[in-house]
Design a protein around this ligand. Sequence first.
Ligand SMILES: Cc1cc2nc3c(=O)[nH]c(=O)nc-3n(C[C@H](O)[C@H](O)[C@H](O)COP(=O)(O)OP(=O)(O)OC[C@H]3O[C@@H](n4cnc5c(N)ncnc54)[C@H](O)[C@@H]3O)c2cc1C
Length: 398
Amino acid sequence: MIRQALIAGGGIGGLAAALAASRAGWDVRLFEREPAFSEFGAGIQLGPNVLRVLNGWGLTPALQEVAAFPERLQVRCALSGQTLAELPLGEAMLRRYGAPYATLHRADLQQLLLRAVQQKTDTRLQLERPLLSFSQQAQAVTVKTSRGPEIEGDALIGADGVWSTVRQQLLGDGLPRRTGHLAYRALLPQAQLPKRLRSQQVTAWLGPRLHVVQYPVRGGEWLNVVAIVEGETAAEPNSWDHGANAAELAERLAGSCTALQDQAQAMKRWRLWTLHDRAPMQGAQQQAVGRVALLGDAAHPMLPYLAQGAGMAIEDAAELGHTLAQALDPVFDVPTMLQRYALNRWQRNARVQARALRNGQIFHAQGLLRWGRDASLRLLGSKLLDMPWLYGMTAKVL
Ligand SMILES: Cc1cc2nc3c(=O)[nH]c(=O)nc-3n(C[C@H](O)[C@H](O)[C@H](O)COP(=O)(O)OP(=O)(O)OC[C@H]3O[C@@H](n4cnc5c(N)ncnc54)[C@H](O)[C@@H]3O)c2cc1C
């Protein structure tokens, strides 16, 4: 039996879904709104839970060419610069969870997924073709895109990001929330930084109402820095006005230690985002209805404070592949299998969303809470930073 999956969105989630569906034996048609598959210049961290999925898809050699594999995570106080706690990554993660912790340029991750999808003959990737709407019938789902005739498939996967068109039509549950948190991101070849500011580890600086995370990408040759602050900005969302962004960030970091201010100043070219999320999912009915399922940020947009948004999109895709493979058996109908996908995913996604929210409060703590956080980090160190519930879960990979 030949089944066709229609996928809206060619970000990390959509490409992972295309790969998983194709590996499950489905034909795939993917519609991307933009004229090219392109991720912006920023980094991404992937935990061992995600690397195990990528390994199952045979992507470890490609990953090793582009990723960095930092040896440790170090948490520092943004005000004093003191080290609060450390978590060994590298070999320690490999031993504990069967895969290391990786940090990458987003474009490198997207390209390696894209290359893997392009090697599949049963996938058609269509650029500059936004999905506009869909309709569900008993035996099929039909989509309308910006051009061409309507297209029929057996399932539609909405992987069209935080502002998902598919979600709007499927759930009609309004727009994502503006969190009042801003992300400044910068990337620079390490060779352009003074030696004392180069780094091959993940460092998280925690300060009142802000935190900064830095890590190497591109095999360690570049440094990625993301600074998250609470507050509003007059700048346009996703603003490229580097001069204004750098000045605004310098002001927000004014009370921080010299080491952190020096790092921010050295990075120079900062791009600014306003962050949106949704409350944790309430049930499987929010992730799949009939022949339509949501995946990645379309399903569970979250604050990036657990560094797992793309990770959950990739785990979603792995689970989707598993259920789509079963749906090739005529005994199982597609809506039932998509419901199974949703049932197997929503609680994990909700837990990660909730934990990301809580991390924001802890990372940005002030006063007594901050004192308690720092004391706990000093006392418990890696025990607090390691998360077996997150890194240890094994997604089924086909
Ligand atoms: C500051 C920051 C740091 C982060 N750090 C990490 C991290 O370290 N680790 C991690 O795992 N995650 C991280 N994340 C989260 C991660 O970036 C997202 O969870 C992930 O990119 C979501 O991928 P996606 O494919 O679901 O959505 P997107 O990347 O948003 O992709 C959606 C795609 O759909 C397309 N599209 C939209 N509408 C339509 C339409 N109607 N028709 C067709 N195509 C459409 C878009 O053009 C886009 O290509 C971070 C996020 C932020 C903001």
